[in-house]
Ligand binder design. Structure first.
Ligand code: ADP
Length: 639
């Protein structure tokens, strides 16, 4: 049969280079990855056969075989599972579909030292390619269940691979590693050592639900002539016991962590393990994990969720979205339900009342675990919130039932501290006498928010403001509205009257001023009529001459553009221009407006002042070129 040569996709090539020259210290994990893939292949075949009984495949003895050949220095991992077609091999093994890969490789290039690179490899996990940490050549022979023709894939990991069509491949996949030369210092850790292989399987793959077998050692002396010897039975290396079905006290943290790595495709230990058991009319066991790091594609559309569904220890489906709400999509784990049908479909699950109850219980359990973590271990909680806080905040909008539970574990940057986050509870405890509301401001970055003119009066008076920088912040703050009876108020929205909060004494003073400025305010409103619905005096400014604010219930520009980016038609909300009557520029404008008959020259000043206010909050003047020209003319004249 003819052999075709192919090139790896660029990302795959880069990843392989990394594996060949790997600095990753725990090379044993390559075997975990291969056994993990083999186990998935067996699950898939069992399911496919369940759905389609006419599939021409043997499912009578599904298992994984390991074989070592010390003389040839090979290790083979074989499964009789689903296998791959010729096209699938090229697509699945020659390319990397994971959308986070490019970003991962970029980070890797930037990681200066070996320790940094190792950490990143550990976080990402590289599946099948991990073989090239220990092998200088890998051959994969596979035949998809139900098909006649098999495929042989070979590669030395260096840029190219070959594909050959084969007539007589057994069903499933066998991966043969030609191991790198042995390290004479470290014989015991050579992967042709049966002892070593047993130890790795026990450590990493004990819970795999299919038997992982190893053929017995070839007899040292051939049997005597005429003597009948039954071939020694292969040894099963794993206990195959589902961890969630074993008594809690029996299972070690390490065992949980290895299960997590298998289902989470992660090389790092999880941050937290959650076990839950429900008895009664609808029995189930759940074993959930909070990862230590957010995957790169958590906020992409094609992110798949991590909870697997089993029915009485039998794997049913991956990424079961009915088991947890979308904002907990980062949670990995297993749910084993006793009373579901083996061929239950996603559609049925979505409507099942018991599943709905299970989802509510699991959701509450995850949130209460986070709460405990916050109470007991601040550092771990901080890691969790850094990685998953943004996702969790989506729940404030979508899950009204658990809103309070999410608010209780949420924390935010605040003007109270440069680096430490605060909870809403802590904010409320620090509120000044007379302060009625919880203040926040949203923006691109902490720095941009802190320098925004809207913050001036708050800074002056030492009133704490939450600094919110995630896109979802504006949405949830709007949706939630209040916390413990205190309104959540954006300092860039609506009327802010801090004086009233102080003592209420200066009310008359302000009214007098507003009357005095009425002429200017009215005239400016006419000038800026297209963009601005009101011009008024401000009580939030102390340094800047002007700022733009939104009405309490209007969308802010950031939200508007977010909705537009999502393809939603959104009318442009007109905003409000606020002037600082204590600023010399505003006072000068006021004087000129009063004294001059002809206001044409002043119109440009009004336009400039408005443009400056937009710039100050991080926005862009409507016609930047025109703004620059007006500004340049002014500067020129001032020289
Ligand atoms: P991952 O397992 O994380 O998807 P891998 O690089 O390990 O990444 O594998 C890529 C894909 O190749 C798998 O998703 C699977 O579709 C296919 N594959 C790997 N090993 C096997 C196997 N033993 N049998 C069938 N398909 C396999």
């Amino acid at each position: 049969m003819s052999t075709e040569a192919f090139e790896f996709q660029v990302e795959a090539r880069q990843l392989l280079q990394l594996m060949i020259h790997s600095v990753y210290s725990d090379k044993d994990v390559f075997l975990r990855e291969l056994v993990s893939n083999a186990s998935d292949a067996l699950d898939k075949l069992r399911l496919e056969k369940l759905w389609d009984d006419s599939l021409d495949a043997d499912v009578s003895d599904l298992h994984i075989d390991l074989a070592v050949d010390p003389d040839a220095r090979t290790l083979t991992v074989r499964d009789n599972g689903i296998g791959m077609s010729y096209d699938e091999v090229g697509r699945l093994i020659g390319t990397i579909a994971n959308s986070g890969t490019a970003k991962f490789l970029q980070e890797l290039r930037e990681a200066k030292d070996a320790a940094g690179a190792e950490g990143l490899i550990g976080q990402f996990g590289v599946g099948f390619y991990a073989s090239f940490m220990v092998a200088d050549e890998v051959t994969l022979l596979t035949r998809r269940a139900g098909e006649d023709e098999g495929t042989r894939w070979t590669s030395r990991g260096e840029g190219t691979y070959t594909l050959t069509k084969v007539d007589d491949a057994p069903q499933g996949t066998s991966v043969t590693l030609h191991l790198k030369p042995a390290d004479p210092e470290n014989q015991l850790h050579d992967y042709v050592s049966r002892w070593k292989i047993k130890e790795i399987v026990k450590r990493y793959s004990d819970f795999i639900t299919w038997p992982v077998r190893m053929a017995p050692e070839a007899a040292a002396t051939p049997p005597e002539e005429g003597e009948e010897t039954a071939p020694a039975a292969p040894e099963t290396l794993n206990s195959m016991k589902a961890l969630w079905a074993r008594p809690r006290a029996e299972v070690t943290d390490d065992e949980y962590h290895e299960l997590y790595k298998h289902i989470g495709r992660d090389w790092q230990d999880p941050l937290e393990t959650i076990r839950l058991q429900a008895e009664g009319t609808f029995e189930y066991q759940a074993l959930l994990f909070l990862p230590a790091r957010a995957p790169h594609d958590l906020f992409t559309r094609d992110f798949t969720r991590g909870v697997q569904l089993y029915v009485k220890r039998v794997f049913i489906m991956d990424d079961c979205e009915a088991l947890l709400p979308p904002y907990l999509r980062f949670v990995k784990g297993v749910v084993d339900a006793a009373d579901l049908s083996l061929n239950v479909s996603r559609e049925i699950l979505q409507q099942d009342r018991h599943i709905e109850m299970m989802r509510r219980r699991l959701t509450k359990k995850v949130l209460s675990t986070v709460k405990d973590m916050a109470a007991k271990d601040q550092e771990r909680y901080a890691t969790f919130w850094r990685e998953f806080g943004t996702a969790l905040k989506e729940g404030l909008v979508t899950d009204a039932e658990n809103r309070d539970a999410i608010l209780a574990v949420a924390s935010f940057a605040s003007t109270h501290h440069d680096t430490e986050l605060t909870t809403l509870q802590q904010y409320v405890e620090r509120m000044k006498d007379g302060q009625e509301d919880v203040y926040y401001l949203t923006g691109e970055s902490r720095q941009a928010i802190e320098n925004s003119p809207h913050m001036e009066a708050f800074r002056d008076r030492g009133i704490e403001v939450l600094l919110l920088t995630d896109a979802v912040d504006e949405v949830w703050a709007d949706a939630v509205g209040e916390y413990q009876g205190k309104k959540l108020r954006s300092v860039a929205k609506g009327q802010i009257d801090l004086d009233a909060e102080d003592d209420g004494a200066s009310g008359d003073e302000r009214e007098k001023r507003a009357e005095e400025y009425a002429g200017l305010l009215g005239w400016m409103k006419e000038q800026l009529d297209e963009d601005i619905k009101e011009v008024r005096l401000s009580s939030r400014l102390t340094v800047s001459p002007a700022c733009v604010v939104s009405d309490a219930h209007d969308l802010t520009p950031a939200l508007e553009s977010m909705y537009r980016a999502m393809g939603q038609e959104t009318p442009r909300a007109q905003r409000i221009l606020e002037l600082n009557p204590d600023h010399p520029l505003v006072q000068g404008l006021h004087r000129a407006h009063r004294e001059r008959e002809d206001h044409t020259g002043l119109a440009e000043s009004a336009e400039l002042l408005y443009g400056l206010a937009v710039l100050a909050e991080g926005g862009q003047p409507k016609e930047p070129a025109r703004f620059v020209k007006l500004m340049t003319d002014r500067l020129e004249r001032a020289l």
